[in-house]
Design a protein around this ligand. Structure first.
Ligand code: MG
Length: 418
C-alpha cells in the first residue's frame, strides 16, 4: 500500500481551514486539518515529496521522518508543526478507513462517545474573518463589509464589551444547548492606563469582575465558564485578576501571563484559588511535561492541529493524566479538525471539554454534507461507528468557500476580483 496523491485545500472561514487529503493506491483516502500559518501551503507542498510513495500504515515512522527533515532544515518552526499535524491526522484517518473502524479505535478505544463542547463567545458579534497574520479580511463569499485591523484590535469598532452584552451572548449560547462557555476578559476598556505594560487599573479590574459576574448571573451555577486573557498581564496584575475572579467558580483562567513567563504562571497558580489553563502555543510533549511537573497548570490546552499530530495530543494527555491534570483542547478549526480532536477526546480518560470557535461561520455543518444535521447538538458531538473521522467533505460546498488564489485539491481557485 502506497500513498498515491497528496493534495490540499484552503477553506476561507473565520480563519483559513487548511485541509490535507491523502489518497492511497488502493483508493482509500484520509483527511486532516492544519492550524493556519503564513507559508503553510508552501510547507505542505514541500512535505508532499516525502509522503507520496510511502506506506501510510507506517504512520509513526513517516511522521518521524518529516520531523527529522524539518529539524535538518533549520529547526522545527510553528508552521512545520502545523503542516505535520494535518498530514499525521490524514494518515490516521486513512488507516482507520482502510480498517473500517472509527479513528478512536485506532487510538485505543473510547472512554466516552459524547464529546462535550464549549462555545467560545469572544466578541459576540457577527462573523469576523482573519488571514494568516490575524489581520481582518473580507471573505470572498461574504456580502457584508468588515472593518480593518488585527484580531487584537477587534473590539475597538464593534459593540462595546458591556456586562449586558456578555450576559446576552451567554444566554444565546446556552439556549443553543452549550453547557460550557468561554469569554475574553482582556478587552479594551476606557479605564486602561497603559496598554503596553500589562498592568490593570482598579477601574479596569472592576470592569472585568462585572463582565464575569454578568455571565454567571445570566446562566446560573450549572453552566461552566472559562475566561481567556491571551497572555496579556504582568504577573502581579494577573494575580489580582485571578483572586478577584475566585468567587465565580470558573472552569479555568486561560493564559494570564506571557507565554514564556513560566515562573509567573506558577506564582498565579500557587497564590490564587483558580484553575489555570495554557498550552495552545506549545509544540511537542516536552514543554507540557515541564508544566505538569511543576503543577503550575490545572488544565492543559494543546491545539491538535498544530501541536504535532493527533497521536502526539494523545501522548500529552496521557502524560497530563499521570499528574492529575485534565485536557481541554484548543480548537479553531473547521469540521475536519474538530472531528479529529473529538476522536482523541474520546480516547483519553482525562478529557474535560473541546473548544468550538466557528459559531459565526454559516457553512460549518454543510461543509461535511450531513443533510442539515448539525455536527454539534446540545453542546456535544456524538461519535458514530463510521470509519475514520466519521465524516466526509462535501466537495461542492467546500469548493464554494475555497480561498481565492489557492489550490483546491489540485485545481487552482481563481484569485478574487475586487
Ligand atoms: Mg486562548
Amino acid at each position: 500500500m502506497r500513498i498515491a496523491s497528496f493534495e490540499t485545500a484552503v477553506i476561507e472561514a473565520n480563519f483559513d481551514w487548511t485541509i490535507v487529503r491523502l489518497q492511497a493506491d488502493d483508493g482509500t483516502s484520509g483527511l486532516g486539518e492544519c492550524f493556519f500559518a503564513p507559508g503553510l501551503s508552501s510547507a505542505l507542498a514541500e512535505f508532499s515529496e516525502l509522503v507520496v510513495g510511502r506506506d501510510p500504515r507506517d504512520s509513526s515512522p513517516l511522521v518521524s521522518r518529516l520531523i527529522q527533515a524539518s529539524s535538518g532544515a533549520g529547526g522545527m518552526s510553528g508552521v512545520l508543526h502545523n503542516a505535520i499535524s494535518g498530514i499525521e491526522a490524514a494518515l490516521l484517518d486513512l488507516n482507520a478507513r482502510k480498517l473500517g473502524i472509527p479513528l478512536y479505535r485506532l487510538l485505543g478505544g473510547h472512554y466516552r462517545d459524547r464529546i462535550r463542547i464549549y462555545a467560545d463567545c469572544h466578541g459576540g458579534g457577527p462573523l469576523e474573518s482573519y488571514g494568516p497574520l490575524l489581520l481582518r479580511r473580507q471573505p470572498s463569499w461574504s456580502p457584508s463589509a468588515v472593518g480593518k485591523g488585527s484580531l487584537w484590535e477587534r473590539h475597538l469598532d464593534l459593540e462595546p464589551d458591556t456586562p449586558s452584552a456578555y450576559a446576552e451572548r451567554a444566554k444565546t449560547m446556552v439556549a443553543k444547548g452549550f453547557t460550557a462557555l468561554k469569554f475574553d476578559i482582556d478587552v479594551p476598556t476606557p479605564y486602561a492606563r497603559d496598554e503596553a505594560n500589562g498592568s490593570v487599573s482598579n477601574r479596569e479590574l472592576d470592569h472585568v469582575v462585572e463582565l464575569v459576574r454578568a455571565v454567571r448571573d445570566s446562566v446560573g451555577a450549572d453552566v461552566d465558564i472559562a475566561v481567556d486573557c491571551h497572555w496579556r498581564y504582568a504577573t502581579t496584575d494577573a494575580l489580582r485578576i485571578a483572586r478577584a475572579l475566585e468567587p465565580f467558580g470558573l472552569l479555568w483562567l486561560e493564559d494570564p501571563v506571557a507565554p514564556d513567563n513560566r515562573e509567573g504562571l506558577a506564582i498565579v497558580s500557587e497564590r490564587s484559588g483558580i484553575p489555570l489553563a495554557t498550552g495552545e502555543n506549545l509544540y511537542g510533549t516536552r514543554p507540557f511535561r515541564d508544566l505538569f511537573t511543576t503543577q503550575s497548570v490545572a488544565v492543559a490546552t494543546p491545539d491538535l492541529q498544530k501541536v504535532g499530530g493527533l497521536r502526539l495530543g494523545q501522548r500529552i494527555a496521557e502524560c497530563a493524566s499521570e499528574y492529575g491534570i485534565n485536557c481541554a483542547f484548543h480548537n479553531i478549526s473547521g469540521p475536519i479538525g474538530t472531528m479529529g480532536s473529538c476522536h482523541v477526546a474520546a480516547a483519553i480518560p482525562n478529557f474535560l471539554v473541546l473548544e468550538y470557535h466557528a459559531s459565526g461561520v454559516p457553512f460549518f455543518d454543510s461543509l461535511v454534507g450531513r443533510n442539515g444535521n448539525p455536527i454539534i447538538r446540545d453542546g456535544h458531538v456524538e461519535l458514530s461507528d463510521l470509519p475514520g473521522l466519521g465524516i466526509d467533505l462535501d466537495l461542492d460546498v467546500a469548493r464554494t468557500f475555497a480561498k481565492p488564489g489557492t489550490s483546491f485539491f489540485g485545481t487552482e481557485v481563481p484569485s478574487a476580483v475586487l
